[in-house]
Design a protein around this ligand. Structure first.
Ligand SMILES: Cc1ncc(COP(=O)(O)O)c(C=O)c1O
Length: 406
């Protein structure tokens, strides 16, 4: 029985999987069983910030494996502290809670803001339509998309979503009962939609006026992807709580809630926990990741990669205005919105050895590692260009055929 059939028979069918069996990663490439190489602009959905099998990540992981793989969180662990020191210096937030995933970070932050708000009469949690925060019941309570919520309601009470970038709607919902606003500065899953300046300004102003906590979900955009440690810096936002996961463990499961001492204090002993949270192997990988990001100035590199990809695809948009509606993003998160479903574009790219992701049906999302070289950027754009030229040619032959009655 082949691997695809076995998967269908053994694994819950919650993902539409690609028809490719990867056996090895090598830097910015993935290699399938037949030896075909794929340039990886899919990036493990924003996990593989340094590509695959980066030697420094491997070294850090092996070093910790030689010491111990797991201790209970009742033990003090140097690996957790080393990473916490680094995260604290980078974020300006001096307390860290470790967990294993993005949704778990969101869930923990929800508990934290609820408890913080309880004594102050603040129960309301506000978030934005189109935001994606994970699959747990708490995370779903922050999301309005029917396709994620359907069948799981009732969700948490007192959670309100407003249309993204709609300042008036935002102002209408905020009041003195608001405990927190959860924000994804660039809505990745919705198709790479950045926050607009007037919402940023209103958010800052209303925060001063109403005193709610600002929680930024940087699970996808954090750790240098947008050219800054967290994307919120691009808009000079100074959050009370930052949520990290995806790339934090260098490919191993690790999430973190970063906050200030005054807020963190509301949890207290036993107030929250996670058996596997802050696994020391993942924390060592996290330290190595931060070392490489800084040493190789991958923050700057992320911007160069994004700007080059966007400039090239915008040229293509000039040639195909009836195909490409918009090109947007910051650093290594770029969305190309098509005027039709983008699945066929991604399939053709895959055939040609380029991995990209489709989100929101009509958006190709590029989430390349920050280690993409100029040649990888050029190859990515060449393949997308080839695919569009070929599809356009096929379409024009088809239309000519129709006119000629073929
Ligand atoms: C912005 C954001 N928040 C939270 C999550 C949930 O993360 P996880 O899948 O690790 O639970 C995701 C996952 O894609 C995400 O993009």
């Amino acid at each position: 029985m082949d691997i695809f059939t076995r998967e269908k028979e053994r694994i819950l069918q919650t993902y539409r999987r690609l028809n490719v069996e990867i056996v090895r990663g090598e830097g910015v490439y993935l290699i399938d069983r037949k030896g075909k190489r794929y340039l990886d602009a899919f990036g493990g959905l924003a996990v593989n910030l340094l590509g695959h099998r980066h030697p420094e990540l491997i070294r850090a992981i092996c070093h910790q494996l030689e010491c111990y793989v797991h201790l209970s969180n009742v033990f003090i662990q140097e690996a957790q502290l080393s990473l916490a020191d680094r995260l604290s210096a980078l974020s300006g937030l001096n307390r860290v809670f470790y967990c294993n995933s993005g949704a778990e970070a969101v869930e923990g932050a929800l508990k934290l803001v609820r408890k913080w708000g309880r004594g102050l009469g603040r129960r309301k949690v506000v978030s934005f339509d189109g935001g994606f925060h994970g699959r747990t019941m708490g995370a779903l309570s922050l999301m309005s998309q029917v396709r994620y919520r359907d069948g799981y309601e009732p969700l948490l009470a007192e959670c309100f979503q407003v249309p993204f970038n709609d300042v008036e709607a935002f102002c209408r919902v905020i009041d003195r009962q608001t405990a927190a606003v959860f924000l994804e500065c660039i809505q990745g899953e919705r198709g790479v939609i950045p926050i607009q300046e007037d919402l940023v300004n209103t958010l800052k102003e209303y925060r001063r006026q109403y005193g709610f906590l600002l929680v930024v979900d940087e699970v996808q955009t954090g750790l240098g992807r947008t050219g800054t440690f967290i994307a919120a810096r691009n808009w000079d936002l100074d959050p009370d709580i930052v949520l990290l996961a995806k790339g934090l463990g260098g490919g191993l499961p690790l999430g973190a809630i970063l906050t200030r001492e005054q807020i963190a204090g509301v949890f207290g002993i036993g107030g929250h926990g996670s058996t596997m949270g802050g696994n020391p192997v993942a924390c060592r990988a996290g330290c190595a990741l931060l070392d490489v990001l800084e040493r190789d100035d991958l923050y700057g590199r992320a911007r160069v990669i994004g700007n080059t990809v966007m400039a090239r695809i915008r040229q293509l948009q000039g040639q195909y205005p009836d195909w490409i509606k918009d090109v947007r993003g910051i650093g290594c998160i770029v969305g190309v919105e098509f005027l039709f479903g983008a699945e066929q574009i991604a399939c053709r790219c895959l055939e040609k050895g380029l991995l990209v992701n489709v989100t929101h049906g009509n958006v190709i999302r590029f989430l390349p590692p920050l280690t993409f070289g100029d040649e990888h950027v050029a190859r990515t754009c060449d393949i997308v260009e080839e695919v569009i030229h070929e599809l356009a040619e096929k379409e024009s032959n088809y239309s000519v055929g129709k006119v000629n009655g073929v």
